[in-house]
Design a protein around this ligand. Sequence first.
Ligand SMILES: [Zn+2]
Ligand SMILES: [Zn+2]
Length: 462
Amino acid sequence: MQSHVSPVPVSPHPFAELVQLGDEIAVLSAHLDAATARLLDLIREFDARGGWNSGFCSCAAWLSWRVGLDLGAARERVRVARALGTLPLLAQALARGELSYAKVRALTRVATPETEARLLGVGRAGTAAHVERIVRGWRYVDRRAEAREAAHRHRSRGLRVYPDADGMVVVRGRLEPEVGALFMQALAAARETLYQRARGRDGNVAVGHGNVSAETPPSMAQKQADALALLAETALHHELDPGAPGERYQVVVHVDAPALAETDQPAQSVLDGGTRVSADTSRRLACDASRVVMRHDEDGRVVEIGARTRTIPPALRRALHARDRGCRFPGCGLPFGQGHHLRHWAHGGPTTLSNLAMLCRKHHRAVHEEGFQVARGPDGALQFRRPNGHPLPEVPTPAAVPGDPIGTIRQCHDEQGLRIHARTACPTWLGESLNVGYAIDVLHPLAQRARPACIAAPSARE
Ligand SMILES: [Zn+2]
Ligand SMILES: [Zn+2]
């Protein structure tokens, strides 16, 4: 690429020149901040409209892949972009080049629509270091308030189980948010299992006898009660052991005896894990699971049950992990995952390193159930395709950059009527020492409320 840096000439007036150089740095920085505001607007819209949801885990993962930001910086951009959606004053100050991105990034960690105007004042008055210190103090007050609330919530947790007059058992309780989320998730999973079981049963009845169950469908509350029973049974059955992740699924392969000789017949294998899932899902679960082969005779009776094996033996899994180092889906990079058979073993694909690729759970699902495709090219590299068949490259094609990107930004800003000069982003601070405690007391709504009105702050200088 062509360089536009011009050499600094040696002159008899180095001081004046350095001032000019400093001004140029300040002007260009303000232009970049103004351009960053536009960038954040675009990111916010792209995020809200789900533009990244084409196989990427998040907007940050997409940004990291598309524009080459490291993942931490990408997450921060998305966070700031989202926050600025509800903080118009800070957004406008950034867009005018008056507040640097660093200051806006710090302020958006604590600002709310109610406190935004005050924090904008802090951003305008202080240097980036001042802003950082005030935000830290502010978060401390926030955290203390939060901790008080969390401690209160924690103390108020409880679960009471007692028999009612008619012998039924009453369950009543308050759970902390994360425990509650876990509980609701477990209930939902148990409801789903019961639903699938019932559907399998009703389906069989309908097929066999041509009628449907006449029983009234259970209410949501009844379903929840049944789900809780299943949860309790399951927990006791597993001796309250949450279990190792690799042992989650056991796939039973039913094989018809006459077809057994032709081992690469795709239709001979039926997967059955107790719950009925789509063929795509069962193929995904079977990709990396425990496997038990059952042989049937012509009448469907089981004549032989094989030993339980892993579809991907532990040694091969270690080799796969060492080679792929996590999910291979472009832009993902999660450090753990499941082994995916590029050509499924049920279709005769071998369980060898060259036929395996590591994918995280989300991307394994994307490949089996959402139409994404992955294959190994003639050169041995993995080739991913979107559901529409378009390739999904490991690295995207670079964006076209104008020959003079800085000139282009300035011209854009001129056309928008933006007047940026060397003092646009200058803090109004005049060199006094910063009393963070006093500043927080004055600015933070909770600190204000906690502070008796009569306390004076003689040391304060603003
Ligand atoms: Zn798979
Ligand atoms: Zn992934």
